[in-house]
Write a protein that binds this ligand. Structure first.
Ligand code: GLU
Length: 309
């Protein structure tokens, strides 16, 4: 018998991965619409995954508003927190054990080191107190600007005499320390983007040793995203071009774990009239506010806003 759900028969699996840390804006609308269209055109499945790992900034009101805004836009998904599905739970806050398993694997394979640097240490080492303080605040949110790590604790697994190595307990459970992935300095990470073409980044130059687990017991965006995209069998990742460098970092994680990467499709960033990136804090440009002013989904998707390259 033919399936009554027209949308789930091919092998294509895409995803929507919003963070409930604010209201969606026009940029999100375009990216999520594109993700939906690509899944639909491929006759595939779209998964909704709520990236609610940041305990300080995630709010259920934002998650509810996200679902509502997306439904209003016409975006539909087949698996998610509200629908269930074979690869749940679809809330990242409920997937800690899976992330822990991945941390262990990476750790056992020698890709990680424990980092005792405080934010202050990093600011000092980087010599850019103001920049670093705003950039290193959260690694749960995609840290596109995570500053290059200066290497202070890089050798700590080899017990450099000046630095305390992790205790036995810390070797088994990551909490209490930051854990970083040691990137292969100088190595070129290249990938083909379905929208933006060939991309090229150099490890150690474009990005440094990145956090995979935070001392407060939270996995980083990079680790959680790779874990989920692979366990949810995502075949193509559609997201904003602000995450291109994160893709390069994630490719290193896929490689370290010995699992194949999905395909990539990064959408151009929408800029405001002053050429600045839209941010969740610009409440006036949120989809909810625009909707209340009578703007239609059509207006939002068709508006000729300036875009970055
Ligand atoms: N949760 C991320 C965000 O809202 C997106 C992550 C992704 O698509 O990989 O910025």
């Amino acid at each position: 018998m033919a399936s009554t759900i027209p949308f789930e028969s091919s092998g294509y699996r895409g995803r929507l991965a919003p963070s409930p840390t604010g209201f969606l804006h026009v940029g999100h609308a375009r990216t999520f619409w594109t993700a939906w269209q690509r899944a639909r055109n491929a006759g595939g499945t779209l998964v909704m995954r709520m990236e609610d790992l940041d305990p300080d900034r995630s709010r259920s009101e934002y998650a509810d508003a996200t679902y509502e805004d997306l439904r209003w836009l016409g975006v539909r998904w087949q698996e998610g927190p509200d629908k269930g599905g074979p690869f749940g739970p679809y809330l990242q806050s409920k997937r800690r054990n899976l992330y822990l398993e991945v941390w262990r694997k990476l750790h056992q394979r020698g890709f990680l080191f424990a980092c005792r640097c405080s934010r202050k240490d990093l600011q000092f080492a980087l010599g850019a107190p103001h920049e670093a303080s705003s950039q290193s605040v959260s690694t749960v949110e995609p840290p596109e600007d995570e500053p290059l790590y200066p290497g202070t604790c890089r050798q700590s697994l080899n017990y450099t005499p000046q630095l305390p190595g992790p205790t036995r307990q810390e070797m088994e459970l990551p909490d209490g320390l930051n854990w970083r992935f040691r990137v292969p300095d100088g190595e070129v990470i290249e990938f083909e983007d379905g929208n933006l073409g060939r991309q090229r980044f150099v490890a150690g130059e474009d990005f440094g040793d990145f956090v995979v687990w935070r001392r407060d017991g939270t996995p980083s965006y990079q680790l959680a995203c790779v874990t989920d995209d692979s366990m949810m069998h995502i075949t193509e990742v559609v997201r904003g071009a602000d995450l291109l460098k994160s893709t390069a970092r994630q490719i290193l994680l896929y490689r370290a774990l010995g699992i194949p990467t999905p395909k990539w499709f990064h959408c151009r960033i929408v800029l405001d009239q002053y050429g600045r990136r839209l941010a969740k804090r610009n409440a006036a440009l949120s989809l909810g506010a625009l909707r209340q002013r009578g703007v239609t989904p059509m207006n939002i998707l068709a508006a000729d806003l300036p875009r970055s390259a």
